[in-house]
Every structure is written in structure tokens, then in C-alpha cells.
Design a protein around this ligand. Structure first.
Ligand code: PGA
Length: 255
């Protein structure tokens, strides 16, 4: 990694369960001509099936390094009789750099909580990849004024990890895919809280990136990037089209 990613804004496209061979190639190849964005750490997180395709395609991107990111990883390490699973070792083998852990959709549909997230984070760290932990409160927790309590509990999985590098995405569940966006005050408040929590859980001598996620698009990105302690964005829907994803990268470069 040529630039220090801990000083860059990160823009990571979470494709979720979207994409196909033809469309993925077209999208990544358009990024080939994207102007230099040296202040941005760009990542693409396709479905597991397409990790190798995306990794191979981004090797020929000329101007910017594009990181290959996985959306999830097995709780099991190495190899073994775990039908349907893909290990962190395999992800490293095909060129993955960053692995999303604990996205709220994993929690909602697969009931993944802190204990499983912790196993996954350790597997990712053990093979030298970077986990990106997703946290965020539900609408009910926000309405009850318990948003920080909820996020603090989710962040507690980071305690005692053998790493100095902590990447977190704050994604209020009520803002994901809904078009609702947290206010700048809500974002600033929570991002500062997450910084303080990481520093108190993991020590002062650490690298931190806290990304915002939830309905980030080409219209609101510049505004969000202007909020203190916002170190980038995890982008779902708007990462599926070149024009909107490129505009968000540009906004990060200019922030
Ligand atoms: P969205 O998704 O940008 O479509 O709201 C973000 C995410 O879930 O990572």
C-alpha cells in the first residue's frame, strides 16, 4: 500500500448481494480512467463469488490502488469440513485486503453477535488482513436514547486484540438503504464517541479510521466528509453505479 491508509479518507463500496461477471468488469474498468485520488483509500466489496474477479480487474487500474474487500468471512480458520464456508486464509490467498465484520444485515439475517464477530476478527488478523467492524444502533435504541450504550457494546469486541489498527464503520441501522441520513450533529457526536471508546479500550498508540455508512450518495457525501472524525464512507446502493461512486471518491479527495 503506497500511501498511508491511516491518513486517507476511505471510500468502500459494499455491493452486498449485487453484481454479475459482465457488470462487475464494466464498473471496475471505468475506474481505470479515474483521476488520481491520492487522499483516498478506495475499496470494493463484492460478493465472495466475485472477489477473485474484482481483485484481478483492479490489478490493472492505472491511477489509484483499489483494495479488494470481503463482505464477511468464516468464523472457522484454515481448512476443514465446514460446508459452504470461506476462510480468512482463502481470502488472503485470492488477494483480499480488508474484511467487513458484523454488518447489521449479518446480525439481522444470520443472528451474528459479538461472540461470532470476535472469532471472525481474530481469523482476519491472524492472516494479516484488516477487519472493518460495522457498528450502529437500531431505530428503537436511538429513540430510547440508548444509541451510545448499543455502540459501546458492539465496540467491546475490539478489547484485547493484538493489533494497533482499528477500522470501524458507524452505520445507524435506520439509515441503511432507507434514504434517511443521520444529521451532521448525530454523526459528529457518535464518531467522536467511537474514537474515545477505541482509545480507552485499545490504548493511545493506535491507528483509527471511523467511516460513516447509511444512505451515503453523491449528493450528501461532501457534507458528511466535512464532519469531524469522519474518515470516509461505507457506501451501499450508491457504489453500484460508476457515476455516483466516482462522485463520492471525488468528494473524499476534495474534503
Ligand atoms: P446504503 O448501505 O448505502 O445502501 O444505505 C450502506 C451499508 O449497508 O453498508
Amino acid at each position: 500500500m503506497e500511501h498511508n491508509i491511516w491518513q486517507q479518507k476511505w471510500v468502500i463500496g459494499n455491493w452486498k448481494m449485487n453484481g454479475d461477471l459482465h457488470g462487475n468488469n464494466a464498473l471496475v474498468h471505468k475506474l481505470r480512467n479515474f483521476p488520481v485520488a491520492d487522499k483516498v483509500c478506495i475499496g470494493i466489496s463484492p460478493p465472495t463469488m466475485y472477489l477473485l474477479q474484482v481483485h484481478n480487474a483492479v490489478q490493472i487500474v492505472l491511477n489509484n490502488k483499489i483494495h479488494t474487500c470481503a463482505q464477511d468471512v468464516s468464523r472457522f480458520a484454515g481448512k476443514g469440513a465446514y460446508t459452504g464456508e470461506v476462510s480468512a486464509e482463502m481470502m488472503k490467498d485470492v488477494g483480499v485486503d480488508i474484511v467487513l465484520i458484523g454488518h447489521s444485515e449479518r446480525s439481522l439475517y444470520f443472528n451474528e453477535k459479538n461472540d461470532i464477530q470476535r472469532l471472525k476478527i481474530e481469523n482476519v488478523l491472524n492472516v494479516g488482513l484488516l477487519p472493518l467492524l460495522c457498528v450502529g444502533e437500531s431505530l428503537k435504541e436511538r429513540e430510547d436514547g440508548r444509541e451510545k450504550e448499543a455502540v459501546a457494546y458492539q465496540l467491546s469486541v475490539l478489547k484485547g486484540l493484538k493489533t494497533k489498527n482499528f477500522a470501524v464503520a458507524y452505520e445507524p441501522v435506520w439509515a441503511i438503504g432507507t434514504g434517511k441520513i443521520a444529521t451532521k450533529e448525530q454523526i459528529a457526536d457518535m464518531h467522536q464517541f467511537i474514537y474515545e471508546e477505541i482509545l480507552s479500550l485499545c490504548g493511545k498508540d493506535v491507528n483509527i479510521r471511523v467511516l460513516y455508512g447509511g444512505s451515503v450518495n453523491d449528493k450528501n457525501a461532501a457534507d458528511i466528509f466535512s464532519v469531524p472524525h469522519v474518515d470516509g464512507a461505507l457506501v451501499g446502493g450508491a457504489s453500484l453505479k460508476y457515476e455516483s461512486f466516482a462522485a463520492i471518491i471525488s468528494a473524499a479527495q476534495e474534503a
